[in-house]
Design a protein around this ligand. Sequence first.
Ligand code: ADP
Ligand code: ASP
Ligand code: MG
Length: 425
Amino acid sequence: MGLVVQKYGGSSVADAEGIKRVAKRIVEAKKNGHQVVAVVSAMGDTTDELIDLAEQVSPMPAGRELDMLLTAGERISMALLAMAIKNLGHSAQSFTGSQAGVITDSVHNKARIIDVTPGRIRTSVDEGNIAIVAGFQGVSQDSKDITTLGRGGSDTTAVALAAALDAEVCEIYTDVDGVFTADPRVVKKAKKIDWISFEDMLELAASGSKVLLHRCVEYARRYNIPIHVRSSFSGLRGTWVSSEPIDQGDEHVEQAIISGVAHDTSEAKVTVVGVPDKPGEAAAIFRAISDAEINIDMIVQNVSAASTGLTDISFTLPKSEGRKAIDALEKNKGGIGFDSLRYDDQIGKISLVGAGMKTNPGVTADFFKALSDAGVNIELISTSEIRISVVTRADDVNEAVRAVHSAFGLDSDSDEAVVYGGTGR
Ligand code: ADP
Ligand code: ASP
Ligand code: MG
């Protein structure tokens, strides 16, 4: 039996009882003959609470110090989990991200993993211990400062360790039974997916299905690490995410035409009003944004009114980057040349994902029809080969997700999806 990496999210270790339950689960895997490396998130909503606290003492906390603060959340759970395992008579050692060899670039609050050197973890498991690793954190190769990997980053820690340790599988334990055709908190009739390809999962994750972080799926695809997403509260088989359907016994699993519907209310829209309609303007706007290290999502440029020669450019970005983007554009207003800026954080995005879209031309029309039947107005549209996304008012998002889910025949006709824990925050 080989090595398994298991990751437990915040809702799975929300309190002492949760930590003890997870400890038992880890010990079971060890008793079954596996070497076990467990990656843990901060307990419950600890990370959000620490961010709130930081904002109370400083409206724009310094990135370095915020990282130092946030990594404390995962350190609490890793130490408690190691204690709980020892209490069950098994040996366990906890490690910070830095001790586990998670090396990153130096972009605070959303660092990228550039290398993993898990020598201490390997030694620890070879000596018979269960290794517990704090998720979501690493150490910068250049500055040697502590970094965090962005919200939800423990998923990436788990897959990166699984790749570096050549693990058999990476199991992501969470508060639902797997990946569903929509967020079960919004669509009670969402169906659990047995198997999904890396490609479709990547699009769902990038479109807001936070059950897996998209960087984690990217990493898993690059190193071909199968992921098993499942509940830490039930013994059920979850969802396999891999390049090819894994052995399903007598079940016949094939690629669905539509994998699911994702939604995201964490973005905002910036509109740059009155931009001269001439070459170089878009380049200047997006240079200013990228120099501020802000990632943007959708972009639309309106047709200019011929009489004015001016146009408007809108783009979406994470709300958490809104202030920075506005500041960066204002600072470069002279060089870029525009009239004014508008900021709207009451937007939501709905995306339909499925590889079958490539060969089914009616999908786009059906998607828009479902939205119009639900009375939902569309503000922006973007597409990839296997995804269609629209931006709407934030208030319309839940209704729109349910309407699209039904229209594509994704509603389950048997059981309701179970959400075992978590606050959905
Ligand atoms: P964890 O704390 O375990 O990392 P997260 O809250 O990050 O858990 O992710 C699990 C949550 O993701 C679920 O509780 C669910 O509300 C949400 N979610 C969004 N889209 C989906 C989906 N398509 N399938 C399953 N869960 C989803
Ligand atoms: N605790 C971090 C967060 O809440 C990382 C994670 O849970 O994956 O974003
Ligand atoms: Mg998560």
